[in-house]
Design a protein around this ligand. Structure first.
Ligand code: NDP
Ligand code: CA
Length: 315
C-alpha cells in the first residue's frame, strides 16, 4: 500500500494579484532533477529507500504524475536516462516539444544495468511557444571541455509574439569541485549573454541542479552577473533567503540536506506570481528521499512568472 501523494501548496510572494491588471497568462516553469534510474538503483546508495520503491515500471508514473499535476509551460529536467523510451513519447503526445542533451561520459554508462546516458531535457508546450533557436553545449572550464552540458533555447510566445530565452543545466557534483562549478557557471553565463543580448535583451530563465549551495562562488556569479538575474525561490521567504533544502537523502556517509537547485530569471522582465512550497520535514518523512511517496531525491521547483510589459519597469 503506497502512502498518499505529498500535498504541496502554491504561495504568492506578493499577495493576491491585482484584479484586471494581469499582464496575460503567467508562464509556469518547472525545474526538477528526476534522479537517473541507473544511478538510483546502481550507484546512489540511498540506504533508507527500499530498492522496490525505485522500480522503474512504477516510478516513471510517479515522475509523470508530478509533471502532469502541475502541467508546466516550460519543463527543465536533469538526470534523464529514459528520454527516448518514456519522456519524449509521453510528453510529445501531451503537447510538448522536447530536446535532450546527454552527458558525454554519463556515470550511468559505468553501470551494468543502464538505459544509456543521462542528461538534461527541456520541454515546452507547443501550443504556447514556438522554437526559434536551440543550442546544446558542453560546458568548458579553463578552455577544457567538461562532462557537464546545457541546453539553451529561444522561444517565441505564440499569443504575444514576445521572445524569451530558456536554459537548463546540471553542474558537476560533489564537494571539492567548487572551482570547476564556478568555471562551468561562467561559461554558461557567457552563452546566456550571447543568446539574450545582455542586460536589456531577451528575458532569461535558467533552471538547474547547480550542485552548489547559495554560499558557493557559482551562485554568487549568477546573482551578480550583470544579466540582472534573481533566484525565484528567494521570494518564498520574507527575508529573501533560499529555501533550507531542495534535496534531502540518507547515504551510508549520513544525511545530506542541501539547497542545490534554482530557477533564475531576468528581474527586469519577469515578476514572480507564485511558487510551489517545499514539503516540510514531516511530509518528507524520517527516511527522507527518494521514497514510496516521492520518486526523486531532489524536489521539484515550480514558479509562475508574468512577463512584464517592456515599457513598465519591474520590482
Ligand atoms: P558528477 O560528479 O557530476 O556526478 C554524477 C552523478 O552522480 C550526479 O548525477 C550526482 O547527482 C551523482 N552523485 C553525487 N554524489 C553522489 C554520491 N555520493 N553517490 C552517488 N552518486 C552521487 O559526475 P561526472 O559527470 O563528473 O561523471 C563522473 C562519472 O563519469 C564517473 O563515474 C566516471 O567514470 C565517468 N567519466 C568518465 C570519463 C571518461 O573519460 N571515461 C570522463 C569523465 C567522467 P546529484 O547531481 O544529484 O548530486
Ligand atoms: Ca543525483
Amino acid at each position: 500500500q503506497r502512502p498518499p501523494r505529498t500535498q504541496r501548496c502554491f504561495t504568492s510572494p506578493r499577495g493576491p494579484a491585482p484584479q484586471g491588471l494581469s499582464p496575460g497568462q503567467p508562464i509556469r516553469v518547472m525545474q526538477w532533477n528526476i534522479l537517473a534510474q541507473a544511478l538510483g538503483e546502481g550507484k546512489d546508495s540511498f540506504v533508507r529507500c527500499p530498492l522496490e520503491a525505485l522500480n522503474w515500471a512504477e516510478r516513471k508514473y510517479l515522475i509523470l504524475e508530478e509533471i502532469l499535476t502541475y502541467r508546466p509551460d516550460i519543463l527543465c529536467l536533469q538526470e534523464v536516462d529514459h528520454y527516448y523510451d518514456t519522456f519524449q513519447p509521453v510528453l510529445q503526445s501531451l503537447g510538448y516539444h522536447g530536446t535532450f542533451c546527454p552527458k558525454p561520459w554519463s556515470p550511468c554508462l559505468d553501470l551494468e544495468r543502464n538505459n544509456g546516458p543521462d542528461g538534461c531535457a527541456l520541454f515546452f508546450r507547443r501550443e504556447r511557444f514556438q522554437l526559434e533557436h536551440s543550442a546544446s553545449v558542453r560546458l568548458a572550464a579553463a578552455l577544457l571541455k567538461t562532462n557537464q552540458v546545457a541546453i539553451i533555447q529561444t522561444l517565441r510566445c505564440r499569443a504575444t509574439g514576445r521572445a524569451l530565452c530558456v536554459a537548463v543545466t546540471h553542474l558537476k557534483a560533489r564537494s571539492g569541485w567548487e572551482r570547476l562549478r564556478s568555471a562551468q557557471g561562467s561559461d554558461l553565463l557567457r552563452y546566456l549573454q550571447t543568446a539574450s543580448g545582455g542586460r536589456q535583451g531577451v528575458p532569461l530563465l535558467v533552471c538547474g541542479d547547480f550542485n552548489a549551495e547559495p554560499s558557493e562562488d557559482v551562485y554568487r556569479r549568477f546573482a551578480a552577473s550583470g544579466l540582472e538575474l534573481d533566484s525565484a525561490y528567494t521570494r518564498l521567504s520574507p527575508d529573501g533567503a533560499e529555501p533550507p533544502y531542495t534535496t534531502w537523502k540518507i547515504r551510508p556517509s549520513g544525511e545530506s540536506c542541501h539547497t542545490l537547485d534554482y530557477i533564475w530569471f531576468s528581474r527586469l522582465a519577469f515578476r514572480v506570481e507564485s511558487l510551489l512550497e517545499l514539503p516540510t520535514a514531516e511530509q518528507i518523512g524520517p527516511d527522507r528521499l527518494p521514497s514510496y511517496n516521492y520518486p526523486s531525491d531532489h524536489l521539484s521547483l515550480i514558479c509562475d512568472f508574468s512577463l512584464l510589459d517592456p515599457a513598465q519597469p519591474g520590482e
